[in-house]
Design a protein around this ligand. Structure first.
Ligand code: C2E
Ligand code: CA
Ligand code: CA
Ligand code: CA
Length: 279
């Protein structure tokens, strides 16, 4: 077991281009970050392309070490997953995202859906069902206003545990979406088995949608697939008016991206939400 641990660790260190001391420093830093409450969430709006209304927000975690620059998730989530720390960080994210969504609900944003990213590790370790239940209970957020973003890698792992976990989550009444759809696997069989609500079209297909006919064809196919399965679609990484227009003409339901808003603090998101209401 010691050898396996060491190999995993080496593999990780190689992958991340960390030397050993950097790895250890990051690991200690993350542990302390949890104890000292140094994580925060930014929120990025999702827009209904027909009505123009904000229908949801995606919660995106950041790390703010004291007196240092904000650390983006790409720089610490892989290590948090590898070390198992993502289980506690993910529980904090769920609690905070539900708490904030419930505040906005009580302020009148009753249709707002809060989307939260889940890691495969949260399905394998820890008690995800209990974590989600507690976040909902503590906040009072209706389950239907929480959307859990799963990755294809979670759904193709196809173990009995994942299957029953997804069923139980669905039973709670939360929504499920598949993040980065189209980037993971060509096998779509899992769409039959799991009752998901939305496909999130990966930004790699959206970025050049107006100039690359292949990307446009892929997005069109995903929207048609979703339509015939009764699923909604949300396009990620919308950065231009032209991309927005393509997505509208392809019949995509919702969109998210810098064109509308970057991920922002809760205070900025609140202001964004109230502007939307007034307009
Ligand atoms: P993701 O779930 O695919 O999130 C979308 C990423 O694209 C975010 O990066 C967002 O800021 C960025 N983005 C949004 N709109 C645009 C756009 O128009 N153009 C471009 N170029 N980028 C855009 P961010 O916040 O750095 O997050 C990166 C990844 O970290 C996420 O990718 C997700 O996989 C992971 N992540 C973030 N928060 C959490 C979390 O709470 N838990 C877990 N497990 N993973 C998280
Ligand atoms: Ca996501
Ligand atoms: Ca994504
Ligand atoms: Ca991603």
């Amino acid at each position: 077991a010691k050898d396996v641990g060491r190999n995993t660790y080496r593999f990780f260190a190689d992958q991340m281009n960390f030397d050993n001391s950097e790895y250890l420093r990051l690991r200690t830093g993350l542990q302390r970050a949890l104890e000292r409450d140094e994580f925060l969430l930014h929120y990025q709006p999702q827009i209904d392309l027909q009505s123009g209304e904000i229908v949801g927000l995606e919660a995106l975690v950041r790390w703010q070490p004291p007196a240092l620059e904000i650390v983006p998730p790409g720089r610490f989530i892989p290590m948090a997953e590898e070390s198992g720390m993502i289980v506690s960080i993910g529980a904090w994210v769920l609690q905070e995202a539900c708490r904030q969504a419930a505040v906005w609900h009580r302020a009148g944003q009753t249709k707002l859906v809060m989307a939260v990213n889940l890691s495969a590790v949260q399905f394998k370790r820890g008690d995800l069902l209990q974590t989600v239940t507690e976040a909902l209970t503590a906040s009072g957020l209706p389950p239907s206003c929480l959307e859990l973003e799963l990755t294809e890698s979670i759904l193709i792992s196809d173990t009995a545990k994942v299957l029953s976990m997804v069923d139980q989550l669905k039973e709670l009444g939360v929504k499920l979406s598949i993040d980065d759809f189209g980037t993971g696997y060509s096998c779509l069989a899992y769409l039959k088995r799991f009752r998901v609500d939305r496909l999130k079209i990966d930004q790699s297909f959206v970025r050049h949608i107006t100039t690359d006919p292949n990307d446009e064809a892929i997005v069109r196919a995903i929207v048609q697939l979703a339509n015939s399965l009764g699923l909604k679609t949300v396009a990620e990484g919308v950065e231009s008016e032209a991309a927005l227009q393509s997505l509208i003409s392809l019949g995509c339901d919702d969109a998210q991206g810098y064109y509308f808003a970057r991920p922002m603090t809760a205070a900025d998101a609140a202001a964004f939400l109230s502007n939307d209401k007034a307009s």
